[in-house]
Design a protein around this ligand. Structure first.
Ligand code: ATP
Ligand code: MG
Length: 408
């Protein structure tokens, strides 16, 4: 079955409202094994909506519409579908009753314009709306099914779950696993696994995502068990790409590092400069972090790097704040002074400024101090990269370095 999602609303076209209904319906259809070939957004314009309906009908077996079912002048979805069906509109007594009752229950006078929401083309079936006045519409023409829902996300979701989805199940499932990798770029990972991209069931698709790379492995089958069986060998092979593979689905670098520290019964302490505490913040996003995070120093001023983390003042005066030695001394200072098994030090230039040596904006040094010694890495994230991206990437590098040390 081939589906098309048609979202109606000028507010969507001008970026005033995020089209969460399209995302919701796309996910739901994927889970049912129904292919979505088109997602179209059109404004509250009768001609263009009519054109979009006709185009959708010409290429899809199922057209899901969202929005434009309200009582006002600009809510035109039902009229546009009626025009496509070549029908007029007639009042449905049961829908009118529902609307009148809703107003009675809410103790509000009904505006006569609300009765517009009781008008449907004769061949259509109204879809009950338990939470509002806008009934949906079901219609069929030339092998294409139409289902129209209100734009209000809560109402659309309830009507989808209670009315539409049960009528569409039975066409199989699509199941996917998201595999996550750190410390490798998208193209390097892609070239390592390129043979998998040719597969059709499961399919493998790469995504770059803020300092890490994801591979989505997706299988289509009659049942959930069959989909699992199709996924298993590919997921196993792609999870064996060490040391880059770090976790799957909802796992994150902070959650995986936390799990490893718990397993080792070890702790970590931080001395952050350019990341301003972001690493501590990300680590504490995980519940149970108090079992392995001792704490962190935010040593932004040069003076504090010495006073709180013990970085050599003469070295700082002679060589500046962003170099291997400073990162290593920050990591050691955190480890020793805050008494943890591991120490992480981060120092870098998050953007250009008067103190920044030419070409060094975006340069970050990250160091890890541990039971077997200290190591540091420099990363250049780009001179024009936004500060918050550089900070986030630096925390990704730090977490990944610690993860790798914990794997040994
Ligand atoms: P109502 O009877 O409540 O007016 P409606 O079917 O006429 O419902 P719209 O007027 O198109 O729906 O939209 C109502 C509200 O729902 C919008 O103001 C917007 O906040 C939200 N909305 C509409 N379309 C979408 C969408 N595609 N994704 C997310 N929210 C949406
Ligand atoms: Mg409306």
């Amino acid at each position: 079955m081939r589906a098309e999602i048609l979202c109606v609303g000028t507010e969507l076209l001008i970026g005033q409202v995020v089209n969460t209904n399209a995302t919701f319906l796309s996910r739901e259809l994927a889970a049912l094994g129904i292919d979505v070939h088109w997602v179209v957004t059109v404004g509250d314009n009768f001609e263009r909506l009519g054109q979009a309906i006709a185009e959708a009908a010409s290429r899809a077996d199922l057209v899901l519409l969202s929005g434009g079912l309200g009582p006002t002048e600009d809510d035109i979805t039902i009229e546009a579908i009626a025009r496509y069906l070549g029908e007029g509109l007639e009042e449905r007594a049961d829908v009118r009753q529902h609307i009148e009752e809703l107003f009675r229950k809410r103790n509000r006078p009904m505006n006569p314009t609300n009765l517009k929401q009781a008008l449907f083309p004769p061949s259509a079936t109204p879809i009950p709306n338990p939470s509002g006045t806008a009934y949906g519409l079901y219609a069929e023409r030339n092998g294409t099914q139409f289902m129209s829902f209100p734009g209000v996300p809560f109402e659309l979701e309830v009507m989808w779950r209670s009315w539409a989805r049960p009528r569409l199940t039975g066409s199989g499932v699509i199941q996917s696993v998201l595999l996550k990798y750190a410390g490798i770029g998208e193209s390097d990972l892609a070239s390592k696994v390129s043979t998998y991209f040719q597969g059709t069931n499961p399919t493998v698709a790469p995504y770059a995502s803020n300092g890490e790379v994801h591979l989505r492995v997706t299988a289509k089958a009659a049942s959930s068990e069959d989909a699992e069986a199709l996924l298993a060998p590919t997921v196993a092979a792609l999870s064996a790409i060490t040391p880059y593979y770090y976790g799957r689905n909802e796992e994150t670098l902070p959650s995986v590092v936390g799990k490893l520290l718990l397993e080792h019964k070890q702790t970590v302490a931080l001395a952050e400069s350019c990341t301003g505490g972001l690493l501590a913040s990300r680590i504490t996003d995980i519940s149970g972090a108090s079992n392995y995070l001792v704490g962190g120093l935010v040593v932004y001023a040069t003076r504090l790097k010495t006073e709180l983390a013990g970085v050599n003042a003469d070295w700082l005066a002679a060589h500046g704040t962003v170099n291997r030695e400073v990162a290593e001394e920050l990591a050691n200072g955190a480890r020793v002074r805050l008494r943890a098994d591991w120490g992480i030090g981060i120092t870098g230039w998050a953007s250009n400024g008067p103190d920044v040596p030419a070409g060094d904006a975006g340069l970050v040094w990250v160091a890890i101090a541990g039971p077997a010694g200290t190591e540091a890495e420099a990363h250049r994230f780009g001179e024009k990269t936004p500060r918050e991206v550089i900070k986030y990437r630096a925390t990704q590098v730090a977490l990944d370095l610690l993860r790798r040390r914990l794997l040994i």
